[in-house]
Design a protein around this ligand. Structure first.
Ligand code: RIB
Ligand code: CA
Length: 314
């Protein structure tokens, strides 16, 4: 089977870095044709620099990185330095990138790449606020039927939210973008916090990752050491959810996920619940089941696979 062609839209972010390294460590199954960056965890200049740092860490400076939108379609950008540090990639001492950003805007790249690719060939994996993809759909609606799938980290339902009681960060930062994508009719798979909270990195796993000796694995473990400092008030264990890597894991091993096709809408009106992904788990509305909702992951095979693939990098 030819590798699956994907574009990763991202706001690195330590967990974004894991997702990207996991994908680049799996060349037989995944071809990352491009990366677009968005303002999210930290402002766009930093998420863009961080994406370049990650592809260089992976030994893949050939993967083009395109800077996209600095902030959401309607709201004002809310960042998350409290989780990711002021650089957005605190924890690893990675050199300033020597690879330049592409000159083309990330939204223009998304439109061009999807229109130029054979119909149904490209998958877009969004790991941050969905601004770039929503803007691309607005600029050129013809990309919608041409996409194979959108696999996103975002949302949640049974676990509530991590940005507000109702909303997960990626969706909360740009709920209008998410609403557009969820309403577009594009085939969707959603890795919300219901799923990612079952993908908890452990200290033992991080020790094993570091012990592999690969520079990418060692730096990833260093990133995780910083990333897991946040959240002790939420999680009773030293483990932390490696949210975005669940997207890559799904592309590689969908069978280890509990999932269900559901109708999902994004709330954009109420000040209390804006950004909530309303998952019709029991199909009580009879609405179109627009989204493959990932509910749980089997952690053991997921982390074994991720360790194997990241440590395969130089
Ligand atoms: O809620 C978790 C998501 O928000 C992850 O994508 C993390 O990187 C942040 O962007
Ligand atoms: Ca992210």
């Amino acid at each position: 089977m030819a590798p699956r062609k994907i574009i990763i839209d991202t706001d690195p972010g330590q967990d974004d870095a894991f997702a990207i390294l996991f994908a680049l460590g799996s060349p037989a199954e995944i071809e990352v044709v491009g990366i677009t960056t968005v303002g999210g965890n930290v402002p766009l200049p930093l998420t863009s620099k961080n994406a370049l740092k990650v592809v260089e860490l992976a030994g893949r400076p050939d993967v083009p990185v395109y800077a996209g939108c600095p902030g959401p379609m309607v709201k004002t950008l809310m960042t998350a330095e409290y989780v990711h540090g002021k650089t957005g990639l605190d924890g690893a001492d990675l050199p300033e990138p020597v690879t330049p950003l592409q000159s083309e805007h990330g939204v223009n790249y998304l439109v061009r790449a999807i229109m130029d690719a054979p119909e149904g060939e490209l998958t877009v994996c969004t790991l941050g606020p969905m601004t770039n993809l929503a803007m691309a759909m607005t600029m050129e609606p013809r990309i919608i039927p041409r996409l194979r799938e959108v696999v996103l980290m975002g949302g949640g339902f049974f676990e509530g939210g991590n940005a507000t009681p109702a909303a997960e960060f990626n969706i909360f930062v740009d709920p209008h973008a998410a609403h557009k994508v969820f309403d577009s009719g594009v085939p969707l798979t959603m890795a919300g916090i219901d799923c990612t909270y079952t993908a908890m990195m452990t200290l033992e796993w991080l020790d094993r990752l570091r012990a592999t000796g690969s520079r990418a694995a060692i730096e990833a473990a260093n990133l995780a050491d910083f990333y897991r400092q946040y959240g002790s008030h939420k999680f009773g264990t030293p483990g932390r959810p490696i949210h975005d890597a669940c997207v890559t894991g799904y592309l590689l091993a969908p069978k280890i996920y509990e999932k269900r096709q559901c109708a999902v809408t994004v709330e954009i009106v109420s000040p209390e619940t804006i950004g909530m992904t309303v998952v019709d788990w029991w199909h009580v509305t009879g609405r179109r089941k627009n989204c493959n909702v990932l509910r749980r992951i089997e952690p053991a095979p997921f982390f074994e696979l991720m360790l194997q693939r990241i440590s395969a990098l130089p």
